[in-house]
Design a protein around this ligand. Structure first.
Ligand SMILES: C[S@@+](CC[C@H](N)C(=O)[O-])C[C@H]1O[C@@H](n2cnc3c(N)ncnc32)[C@H](O)[C@@H]1O
Length: 275
């Protein structure tokens, strides 16, 4: 995919220039603790890995339409793992494997144990010697980082992924609505919102960072198909809240606004209230 008609930018996170994601920083501390999470349009997996590693999620799946990005996301997982303080520096992993396995989690440590330092090793170590091997899940448990995160290539608006079957407690959709809207039109976007609603458990949380309407202008120039779909669009990002309420979500709770320049956007939270 040479033209990023789905917003499938490579090197996206280098543009955002932040080690921890400022959108996640707007969220309450227990947002992901012990939760099953879906990150739609995960790109190179930076946000997905942060949720899995630093927010104590039970299980996180990142999905993206672009297979090259998904391969980069798996690499990101290993890089993040390679920077993390080894478990053996605080405790003996094998002795504690029962406590570690499937236990409830706290932010900063999905195991409920002493918080591990996430930037313990310098990145230069990996550049010189390669990534650290990931130990088997039998040691830390499959709900501790990095075993609690996985990635899939799929057009999530059209394809089923196996994790959908069990449902999610939290669905994250950061900076993706514009691309779904421009590719699928108003109907495609409505169908996307209904799909998010369908895979969420009752009481589950939809975390949405929509792009502003004025950013559509540049995106639709990418090709003729986006341009002609753009001409048919009647919905605007300001309408999303009423559409979501019509589907069975709560009114939006505004978590805040963050990001620099063209990335300055709101992050809104919607709770699934009705089936
Ligand atoms: C602008 S990037 C945002 C990345 C990330 N969510 C963030 O904000 O940090 C949009 C991502 O959504 C992906 N995407 C767009 N349409 C998609 C679809 N239908 N299914 C899955 N991924 C999609 C793109 O490939 C791209 O990586």
């Amino acid at each position: 995919m040479s033209v990023p008609t789905h917003g499938n930018y490579h090197g996206y996170y280098l543009k955002r220039l932040s080690v921890t994601d400022p959108r996640l920083a707007l969220l309450p501390e227990n947002t992901f603790t012990g939760k099953r999470v879906l990150d739609i349009g995960c790109n190179e997996g930076w946000v997905t890995c942060e949720i899995a590693q630093a927010w104590g999620a039970y299980k996180v799946v990142g999905v993206d339409i672009d297979d090259t990005l998904i391969r980069a996301a798996w690499k990101r997982r290993q890089l993040v793992w390679s920077l993390q303080e080894p478990l053996s520096s605080q405790t003996n992993g094998l002795e504690n494997s029962k406590e570690l396995d499937d236990s409830s989690s706290t932010r900063g440590n999905s195991t409920g144990m002493t918080q591990l330092q996430l930037d313990y090793f310098p990145a230069s170590l990996q550049h010189s010697f390669g990534p650290l091997p990931i130990p088997p899940s039998s040691i830390r448990g499959k709900h501790a980082f990095p075993h609690n995160v996985s990635f899939r290539t799929a057009d999530w608006t059209r394809e089923e992924i196996v994790e959908n079957v069990d449902g999610y407690d939290v669905v994250v959709a950061f900076s993706i609505t514009k691309w779904i809207h421009l590719n699928g039109g108003d109907d495609g976007l409505r169908a996307f919102f209904r799909r998010v609603h369908a895979v969420l458990k009752l009481g589950g949380l939809f975390i949405l960072e929509p792009q502003e309407w004025d950013t559509y202008k540049k995106a639709k120039r990418l090709n003729e198909s986006l341009r002609s779909t753009a001409q048919t669009l009647k919905l605007r990002p300001n309408d999303f809240e009423s559409i979501l309420k019509g589907i069975g979500f709560s009114p939006a709770q505004h978590a805040g606004i963050t990001g620099e320049g063209g990335f300055r956007r709101t992050v809104d939270l919607y709770v699934k209230e009705a089936s």
